[in-house]
Write a protein that binds this ligand. Structure first.
Ligand code: COA
Length: 258
């Protein structure tokens, strides 16, 4: 089980999913993303499961899409890493409690904040969106849609190490996470929330989730209509490739503006 990219266990009505690639800061490879999607389906299918808790092994929750292995060319918005968090309230209705420590970046931020209904973060959690530096085009616009406008702009442009990563207390004050606790208390706190969620009638949870995510999707759908127009020029640019190459080669990028 320890070699699984995501471990899975069901106890007392709660499904425990844990990202398990700590040596790569749980970066989301295609295989990890596929496994997550299979497990989300299993959570929905299994009548024993009332609630899921999503956590991550090691010091960090997730450093986003695997920059080494993911093919970002022209695949957006359909890359697997984005599909892992977009089905909430659409094909996933059981509540998910996220347990976040350390970095939650890019698709890892989206998995935590958009993919989990409740987020419990440790005081040392850092949220960000390093796509700007990594040469990765924007995914669907959900990640920032829970934020005030100025914060969203700041986050999408400067959410990388050396820029303006968002600490847990700010994420809490903006309503992006539900509670901040010391790291050692994370899982106990998540279990309390999960247990309380098991006490609610499943149909009630389903209707609240569906209603909330559909309302949020209205805003998203509006943005997605313009998606290709505003993303594509950047996505196919030489500068995007240069950003990714520089990050992989650990050197400063040289931009041409095209
Ligand atoms: N994809 C693939 N591997 C990643 C990764 C990612 N997104 N993020 C980190 N890793 C790997 C590193 O390559 C390194 O592997 P190695 O030990 O085999 O060299 C290991 O995880 C540890 O990362 P490292 O960079 O040494 O840790 P750090 O504490 O100095 O920095 C980060 C941590 C998260 C700030 C830095 O790794 C980073 O900026 N990662 C990229 C984040 C990103 O752009 N994500 C994409 C969003 S779409």
């Amino acid at each position: 089980m320890s070699e699984e990219l995501v471990t899975y266990e069901v106890r007392d009505g709660v499904a425990y999913l844990m990202l398990n690639r700590p040596d790569k800061l749980n970066a989301m490879s295609d295989a990890l993303s596929d496994r997550m999607m299979a497990l989300w389906a299993e959570v929905e299918r299994d009548p024993q499961v009332k609630v899921a808790i999503l956590s991550a092994a090691g010091k960090h929750f997730c450093a986003g899409a695997d920059l080494e292995a993911t093919d970002f060319s022209g695949a957006l918005p359909g890359i697997r890493q984005h599909q892992v968090y977009t089905s909430n309230g659409i094909s996933r209705f059981k509540p998910v409690v996220g347990v976040v420590q350390g970095y939650a970046l890019g698709a890892g931020y989206a998995l935590a904040v958009c993919g989990c209904d409740v987020v419990i973060a440790s005081g040392d959690a850092l949220f960000g969106f390093p796509e700007a530096r990594a040469g990765v085009a924007l995914g669907p616009p959900q990640p920032s849609s829970y934020m005030p406008f100025k914060v969203s702009l700041e986050f999408m442009l400067l959410g990388w190490k050396g820029g303006q990563l968002m600490p847990a207390d700010r994420a809490y004050s903006l309503g992006l996470v539900n509670k901040v606790v010391p790291r050692e208390a994370l899982m106990d706190e998540a279990k309390v929330w999960a247990h309380q969620l098991t006490l609610i009638p499943p149909l009630f949870v389903r209707s609240v989730k569906a209603g909330h995510y559909r309302a949020a999707a209205g805003h998203t759908a509006q943005s997605e209509r313009d998606y290709l127009e505003y993303v594509l020029p950047q996505a196919v640019s030489d500068d995007a490739k240069e950003s990714l190459a520089a990050l992989r080669e650990r050197r400063d990028p040289v931009f041409k503006g095209s």
